[in-house]
Write a protein that binds this ligand. Structure first.
Ligand code: UFG
Length: 332
């Protein structure tokens, strides 16, 4: 199978390309490199012994997208490309709608034009908003809190509409929980441009003295230690989930949303303590007030992924903490 990967030099995209190549797929990547580097392609080749075809191309550039789609016949598209910073999306909503929504429309147009019927979409647990109860199942109520989240939910709606109008179309909407860690080689890792806001990159910055300390947002939640609970998942497990979804998307029609998480809730302090123990390091931190928009607890019901994809996460918190630190050390 030949798979086209949008956003394939990014964090989750690059890990997925490695798994696809290791599973015998041919891969073509396109990315506008707005939040990643072309050298990731060299690293993927080093890890797999295979070099994916690469196009520097923005989804909204129709001439460029025509070049990508006429370079080969693709059996499926895995669509990662998109802006993903919550705070930035609040400040620059139009930039998010233009890039994430309009770009996806161009991608769908190209798929129709070039006869590509199968799409896996990189969605997010953000579509559950602040869940009323956990674990969240795929039929839990959907709501979003910011423009970034709305782009994910809008794209899900667009894909559901396309699948019900076009009976040849097949789409799997993968709702990721909190991806952390990196390839165990440390060669490819999370390399965000600008100031990271997510917990693991902030822990790493605090250990390195790049920020004075980690700010823990709230210890007065109704959880076992008062800090928020999330479902952290190793990015290599997540990448393998896409390979499993590929079998499904190419053998079914219609649309289905599937959670990709471990099903295990972990508090902020538990992640911090695991990181300290596994890496034998101290994380300086202090407790501050709650962060606006944070949900006390979000973790996945993972039974649908097991049932439909035959996939479950295999790596634990210790693997995530060890690999995240190794990746950080190897990538400066
Ligand atoms: N946290 C801190 N200090 C920090 C950063 C985070 O205490 O410096 C806490 C947060 O309050 C939260 C937890 O760590 O309780 C996780 O926060 P992240 O920002 O790492 O992740 P979120 O769960 O807020 O959001 C993530 C992704 C979103 C995605 C969402 C889906 O960043 O893109 O999961 O639930 F939409």
């Amino acid at each position: 199978m030949h798979i086209l990967v949008s956003g394939g030099t990014g964090f989750i995209g690059s890990h997925t390309v490695v798994e696809l190549l290791n599973n015998g797929c041919d891969v073509t990547v396109f990315d506008n490199l707005s939040n990643s580097k072309a050298t990731v392609i060299d690293k993927i080749e080093k890890l797999t012994g295979k070099r994916p075809a690469f196009f520097k191309c923005d989804m909204n550039n129709k001439a460029g997208m025509n070049r990508v789609f006429s370079s080969a016949h693709f059996d499926a598209v895995i669509h990662f490309a998109g802006y993903k910073a919550v705070g930035e999306s609040v400040e620059k909503p139009l930039m998010y709608y233009e890039n994430n929504i309009c770009g996806t429309l161009v991608l769908l147009d190209m798929m129709k034009k070039y006869g590509v019927e199968n799409l896996i979409f990189s969605s997010s647990a953000t579509v559950y908003g602040i869940p009323e109860k956990c674990p969240v199942t795929e039929s839990s109520p959907l709501s979003t809190l910011n423009p970034y989240g709305r782009t994910k939910l809008m794209i899900e709606d667009i894909l559901r509409d396309v699948a019900s109008a076009d009976k040849t179309f097949s789409t799997v909407l993968l709702r990721y929980f909190n991806p952390v860690g990196c390839h165990p080689s440390g060669l490819i890792s999370e390399d965000p441009n600008g100031i990271p806001n997510n917990l693991m990159p902030r822990i790493i910055q605090a250990v390195r003295g790049q920020i004075p300390e980690l700010t823990v947002f709230g210890d007065d939640y109704d959880t076992r230690d008062g800090t928020c609970i999330r479902d952290y998942i190793h990015v290599v497990d997540l990448a393998k989930g896409h390979v499993a979804a590929l079998d499904y998307v190419t053998s079914h029609k219609g649309s289905v949303a599937i959670n990709l998480g471990t099903g295990n809730g972990c508090t902020v302090l538990e992640l911090l303590k695991s990181f300290e123990r596994v890496n034998n390091l101290k994380v300086p931190y202090s407790i501050a007030g709650r962060r606006e928009g944070d949900s006390p607890a979000v973790y996945a019901d993972t039974s649908l992924a097991k049932e439909l994809l035959g996939w479950t996460a295999g790596l634990g918190l210790d693997d995530m903490c060890r690999d995240a630190w190794k990746g950080a050390c190897m990538n400066g």
